[in-house]
Design a protein around this ligand. Structure first.
Ligand SMILES: *Cc1c(COP(=O)(O)O)cnc(C)c1O
Length: 386
């Protein structure tokens, strides 16, 4: 089954561009807010890095979610979209001084701190402003996620977070600092995780760490388990809204949350992934040796995931119903990695056909680059194109 698109509207637009189905986005957000309403103390912060298109951000903000930022630019984008500062969290392994100052000026809810040197700097900068920074420590739980090696973040070998062995030391340091308020622990084990067992492993690890803190009479009010819930790239129409019910239930069942604690989540991909498609025109159909190429006007400058992570995106010819043929679907960029898919069955392709690369709402438009002096793709919503 193909997705449905307003192709008559597409004819007026310069390709490639991103098309966002806002009805699906709203449905996805309703699923999230509906599920967390079943639990008293769950809070969700949308991971802005997956897609910072202002039109999407304002819909996400309207749903009541907070924002998870990983840079000063993202904090600005969140504030601009109307996310209250009290619902903004800020992670990142290399926060620059100006970014920390910006976050202090806005008085964001919490810094997710990734090292002792960073904690020192936050304390100093907060002191200079006579403010107190709320901090959670991002602990690297040494839990593997069954996902692509480039998107695991919770293994000891990854650059992220503070090791479990160092947790007590940094907590002690924080408790000594005049302009730091230690409020909790933060985790994020990776992305595109579909095996709930990975989240169970994280819960078990958090339970151990909590017991360790409690044995030392250290109380924390916030646990943040990051994001990572995956989507079905192979079948974007089968389950367009991810299974948030099982996701939250996994935490409810396995994490021993104390009654006074709030549990925070930071999904990105699971919220924006399925609502977006990259729409491209076919420039040429070229006969190669033993194969044929569909050459698109979109390249990895518009959607880098296949080149960067060998990621799969379902590809559809949305303007042809003719019998299928097999193509290597490629872009125009002068790099051999500029390939969206090999041996893909598509309804017979002609110059000028529209091709949709599905499930491209997360880590698509936001990762676009100007390599080859190409223009950045625009993003349009279904609201705009009715
Ligand atoms: C990237 C990231 C997320 C979101 O990850 P998804 O896989 O898109 O849900 C959440 N938290 C942190 C700290 C991140 O770096």
């Amino acid at each position: 089954m193909k997705g449905t698109f307003p192709t008559h509207k597409f004819r007026e637009l310069r390709t490639p561009f991103y098309y966002y189905d806002t009805e699906l986005l709203r449905e996805t957000l309703a699923a999230v807010t509906g599920e967390i309403a079943r639990y008293e103390n769950y809070k969700v912060h949308y991971a802005i890095k997956s897609n910072a298109n202002p039109k999407l951000l304002s819909i996400i903000r309207e749903s009541g979610l907070g924002a998870d930022c990983v840079s000063g630019g993202e904090i600005r984008a969140a504030v601009k979209a109307g996310f209250p500062a009290g619902k903004i969290v800020f992670a990142g392994v290399g926060k620059a001084d100006w970014e920390i100052n910006l976050a202090l000026d806005y008085d964001i809810f919490c810094f997710n701190v990734e090292s002792l040197p960073e904690l020192d700097v936050i304390n100093e900068l907060a002191k200079a402003k006579d403010k107190t920074a709320r901090v959670a420590f991002r602990i690297n739980p040494d839990v593997g996620a069954h996902t692509h090696a480039n998107i695991t973040t919770g293994l000891a070998e990854n650059k992220f977070g503070i090791s479990m062995q160092d947790m007590d030391r940094v907590v002690d340091a924080a408790l000594e600092m005049s302009h730091i308020q230690f409020v909790g622990l933060h985790f994020h084990i990776g992305s595109q995780i579909l095996d709930m067992g990975d989240f169970v492993a994280l819960c078990n690890r958090i339970n151990e760490l909590q017991d360790r803190l409690e044995a030392r009479h250290i109380r924390i009010d916030h646990i943040n388990v990051g994001g990572g819930l995956g989507i079905d790239y192979r079948h974007p129409n089968r389950q367009p809204v991810p299974d948030f019910k099982s996701y939250f239930a996994t935490y409810a069942k396995n994490l021993r949350l104390r009654p006074h604690q709030t549990l925070h989540f930071e999904p990105g991909r699971a919220i924006t992934g399925q609502c977006g498609s990259l729409i491209s025109r076919v420039l040429y159909v070229k006969q190669g040796t033993n194969k044929q190429f569909a050459i698109l006007d979109a390249g990895f400058t518009d959607l880098i995931r296949p080149a960067l992570y060998q990621a799969y995106h379902k590809i559809e010819n949305i303007t042809s119903e003719e019998a299928t043929e097999t193509y290597d679907v490629v872009g125009p960029i002068c790099e051999s990695s500029d390939v969206f898919g090999k041996a893909i069955d598509l309804n017979k392709v002609h110059r000028g056909d529209f091709v949709a690369l599905r499930s491209a709402g997360a880590y698509g438009e936001i990762m676009a680059s100007g390599y080859n002096c190409r223009e950045l793709p625009q993003g349009y919503t279904s609201d705009e194109l009715v």
